[in-house]
Design a protein around this ligand. Structure first.
Ligand code: K7E
Ligand code: CUA
Length: 668
C-alpha cells in the first residue's frame, strides 16, 4: 500500500516537474505561445474609453483581499481590502475600520481569502453582494457590490481552516462555511495522538438576511473528524441539499501526505439543509457556548462595530435522521461541483485517475431503498454503485481539481499536475477537448458557473506557476490567469494576465448586473446630509479642535483644495491626537487623502461625504506638516497644513485657524 502511494506521488511529482520545466524554448516558440489564433487580440481588445462586458472578482489567496478585473481585457480595476490591512485605503488602520478585523483572538491584521461567490436570485447571480471565506482564522466576509467595500465579517467558531466555504444557495438563503481541519469541538487541551474519534468537523450554515445581506450562524452541524475541503450547493432539482468533499477520512494527524491517502475512497457528504432547517425551527439543536466576532459596517455612521457572540446552535447528525449521507468518492477529492441542472455532483479526486460523477436522482433512490454500505459515526454510507453515474477518464490528465459548467451540457475541469483544462460532456462523460494552461492550474471560473445560468462565453483559468510567461521579477514570478473563449467547440486561449496574491477561486458576472444602466446602481458619493458619524462636520464652520485630558480631537474638513483648520497649535508631546476628517465633496470620484508626519498608522483615503479617523501621538516638539495624499486638483500640492507641538507640560493653548480666522467665526 505504502509503496503504491509513494509511486503515485513520485509519478505526480515528476509529471509536474516535467510539465512546468518543459517550456524553456526561445521566445516566440510555438509551444510556449499556445498557438494563438489570429483574432485573439481583437477578442480581448477593449478600446480606450470602452468598457469591459464582465466583472471578475478574483481572490487574493495569501493577500487576504479580493481583486476586481474586467473581462475580456484582464485589466485590474481595484483591490478590495477584506481580511488584511490595506494602507492604500486606510482599511484596518482607520479607527472606523479597525473593528472589521476583530476576532476572538484579538485584532488579526491578515487573512487568507479563497472562494468568492456572488449572491443569487432564482438560481442566477444577481450582483448584490460577493461573499468570501478566510481560511486561516475562520471568517466569512460580505462585500457590497454597490460600494465595492467590505460590509460585514463574521468569525466561524469551532472551525479551523475555513476552506469548504463560502458558497451560496440559489436564492441566497445561506452562505456555507465548512472546516478543513477537524479540531476538538469545543476546543480543549488534549493529546494530538487521541484525535481519532475525538475531533469533529463543523459545517456552518449562515442565514443571509434577504434585504440587507446580514449574516447569522443559523446552525452548525457537528460532523465526524474528517477534513471538509470544498463544497457546492444543490440547485434546481437538488436545491435544499449541500455537498461537501472530504479527505482524511482516515483521521490521521501526522505525515498527512501518506497517512491521509490510504483509503481508496473518501466521501462527498450530502446535507439536506431544508430538513435541518425544519428541525431547528421546531426547537431542535442545542445552544452551546462559543466565542466569535461579528463585525458590521454602517454606511450612516461610516463606522464598523465589533460584537462578540457567545453561543451557537449545534446540531448532532444522529438527532436528524434522513438529513445527512456519505457518497463514496475516489480518492481524497478536492473540488466538489454541481452542474447547472442540479443532477450531477462531481468529485475531483486529485489522486485518482478519474473523476467521480454522482447522480442526484440515483442518490434519492438509494436513500429511499436504504442502499447503504454501513455507516461512519452513525451517518449512512450510500452504496457507491447506487449513487454513481459514472466516471470521466481524462486520458493523460492528472490531478483533477475543480470543475465549472456551460449552458450546453459541458463541464470544464482543471488538471493541476498535467496543467490543462479538459472539456467533457456531463451526460456522455466523453472528453471533447483539452487545452494546455501555463502552468499548474487550480480553480477555473466561468461567469455564473456556480449557478443555474452560466454566462458561458469566457473561462478564466487561475494558475499557480508562470515561469517564462512574464518578465522575471526575482525569485517569485507573478501568479496569473488565462482567459479562454469557450463559445465554440474548441477552447481558444485569448490572454494571459497577472493577478494579485494567489488566485484561488473567482466569481464573474455581466457588468450591467452590477452597474445597471449607465452605472446607476453603483454608489457615487455618500450624502453629507446622511452622515451620522459622531465627529462629522457638515461645513467648515463646524470644524474645531477640542482637548479632553491628553486627548485632542480635531474635527476637520477637506475640500478642493484645503483642510479646515489648517493651522493647529496647543498640541503637546504625550498627547493622543485624533484626526476626524470629513470629505465635504459631493462629486463623483473626488476622494482626498491625509497623512501626518510620523503617525504610526497609514494615510486615510476619504470618499466624498464620509468621515474617517486616524490617530497620531507626537513624540517630538516642533511644527509638523500634514498633507493630502491623493492628487485631487491643480492645487493639490497646496492642500496641506501644520500642527505645532509644544513640550509636555507647556501651556500653549489649543488654537486652530484657517487663513488666520477661527473657522465659522470669520464674520465677527
Ligand atoms: Cu483548490 Cu483553496 Cu479552492 Cu486553491 S483551493 S486551487
Ligand atoms: Cu485633496 Cu489632494
Amino acid at each position: 500500500m505504502k509503496t503504491i502511494i509513494k509511486s503515485i506521488f513520485l509519478f505526480a511529482l515528476s509529471a509536474m516537474f516535467i510539465v512546468s520545466c518543459a517550456p524553456t524554448e526561445k521566445k516566440g516558440s510555438k509551444s510556449n505561445k499556445g498557438a494563438l489564433a489570429g483574432n485573439a487580440a481583437e477578442k480581448v481588445y477593449v478600446a480606450p474609453g470602452e468598457l469591459d462586458s464582465h466583472y471578475a472578482f478574483i481572490s487574493g489567496g495569501f493577500s487576504g483581499q479580493l481583486a476586481v478585473y474586467g473581462l475580456p481585457s484582464g485589466r485590474l480595476f481595484r483591490v478590495i481590502p477584506v481580511f488584511s490591512q490595506d494602507p492604500e485605503k486606510g482599511y484596518g488602520y482607520s479607527e472606523e475600520t479597525k473593528p472589521m478585523l476583530m476576532t476572538s483572538h484579538g485584532f488579526v491584521p491578515w487573512g487568507d481569502s479563497h472562494h468568492p461567490d456572488i449572491s443569487q436570485t432564482e438560481g442566477s447571480v444577481d450582483g448584490r453582494w460577493v461573499f468570501i471565506n478566510e481560511n486561516n482564522t475562520p471568517r466569512i466576509a460580505r462585500i457590497s457590490l454597490k460600494t465595492f467595500e467590505t460590509e460585514e465579517i463574521i468569525e466561524i467558531p469551532n472551525s479551523a481552516g475555513n476552506h469548504s466555504s463560502s458558497f451560496v444557495t440559489e436564492n441566497s438563503e445561506y452562505v456555507v462555511a465548512g472546516t478543513r481541519f477537524s479540531v476538538p469541538f469545543p476546543q480543549k487541551d488534549m493529546p494530538i495522538s487521541e484525535m481519532k474519534g475525538n475531533f469533529s468537523g463543523a459545517l456552518s450554515f449562515l442565514k443571509i438576511d434577504p434585504e440587507h445581506g446580514h449574516m447569522n450562524i443559523e446552525f452548525q452541524i457537528k460532523m465526524p473528524g474528517f477534513n471538509y475541503d470544498l463544497s457546492h450547493p444543490g440547485r434546481g432539482k437538488s436545491h435544499g441539499w449541500f455537498f461537501f468533499s472530504t479527505y482524511n477520512t482516515e483521521e490521521a494527524h501526522t505525515l498527512m501526505e501518506n497517512n491521509a491517502s490510504r483509503n481508496e475512497k473518501d466521501f462527498i457528504a450530502a446535507i439536506n439543509w431544508k430538513v435541518i432547517e425544519e428541525y431547528v425551527k421546531n426547537g431542535g439543536g442545542k445552544m452551546v457556548p462559543a466565542n466569535y466576532a461579528h463585525n458590521t459596517w454602517d454606511d450612516d455612521t461610516h463606522t464598523a462595530t465589533s460584537v462578540m457572540k457567545k453561543e451557537v446552535l449545534v446540531v448532532e447528525p444522529k438527532d436528524v435522521p434522513g438529513a445527512i449521507y456519505f457518497l463514496p468518492t475516489a480518492k481524497s477529492p478536492h473540488g466538489c461541483d454541481v452542474d447547472p441542472t442540479g443532477e450531477y455532483i462531481i468529485g475531483n479526486g486529485k489522486l485518482a485517475a478519474a473523476m467521480t460523477v454522482h447522480s442526484f436522482t440515483k442518490m434519492q433512490k438509494a436513500i429511499a431503498d436504504k442502499a447503504f454500505d454501513g455507516d461512519a459515526y452513525g451517518i449512512p454510507i450510500l452504496k457507491f454503485e447506487a449513487v454513481n453515474y459514472g466516471s470521466v477518464e481524462p486520458g493523460a490528465g492528472l490531478g483533477p481539481l475543480h470543475t465549472e459548467f456551460d449552458t450546453r451540457g459541458n463541464a470544464y475541469t482543471t488538471f493541476f499536475i498535467s496543467s490543462e483544462v479538459v472539456k467533457w460532456n456531463v451526460k456522455s462523460l466523453k472528453v471533447l477537448d483539452r487545452h494546455k494552461v501555463y502552468y499548474s492550474v487550480g480553480h477555473l471560473m466561468i461567469p455564473g458557473g456556480n449557478s443555474r445560468t452560466p454566462d458561458d462565453k469566457y473561462l478564466v483559468a487561475m494558475n499557480k506557476i508562470t515561469k517564462d510567461r512574464y518578465l522575471p521579477t526575482g525569485p517569485e514570478v507573478c501568479q496569473s490567469a488565462q482567459l479562454f473563449d469557450i463559445s465554440g467547440e474548441k477552447m481558444e486561449l485569448l490572454l494571459d494576465f497577472p493577478t494579485i496574491g494567489e488566485p484561488h477561486y473567482a466569481a464573474g458576472i455581466a457588468a450591467e448586473k452590477i452597474m445597471g444602466a449607465e452605472g446607476k446602481k453603483t454608489t457615487k458619493i455618500f450624502r453629507l446630509d446622511d452622515n451620522k458619524h459622531p465627529y462629522a462636520v457638515k461645513s467648515e464652520a463646524e470644524t474645531k479642535v477640542v482637548r479632553k485630558g491628553n486627548e485632542v480631537h480635531i474635527s476637520m474638513s477637506m475640500i478642493r483644495s484645503h483642510f479646515s483648520p489648517d493651522n493647529i497649535e496647543g498640541v503637546k508631546v504625550g498627547d493622543k491626537v485624533f484626526f476626524h476628517v470629513t470629505n465635504l465633496e459631493q462629486d463623483y470620484d473626488v476622494p482626498h487623502g491625509i497623512s501626518m508626519i510620523g503617525a504610526n498608522t497609514s494615510e486615510l483615503l476619504i470618499m466624498p461625504g464620509r468621515t474617517t479617523t486616524f490617530t497620531w501621538e507626537p513624540k517630538q516638539i516642533g511644527v509638523w506638516p500634514f498633507y493630502c495624499t491623493d492628487f485631487c486638483s491643480a492645487l493639490h500640492q497646496e492642500m496641506q497644513g501644520y500642527v505645532r507641538v509644544s513640550p509636555k507640560g507647556s501651556n500653549t493653548p489649543i488654537s486652530f485657524t484657517l487663513d488666520g480666522d477661527i473657522p465659522g467665526e470669520e464674520e465677527e
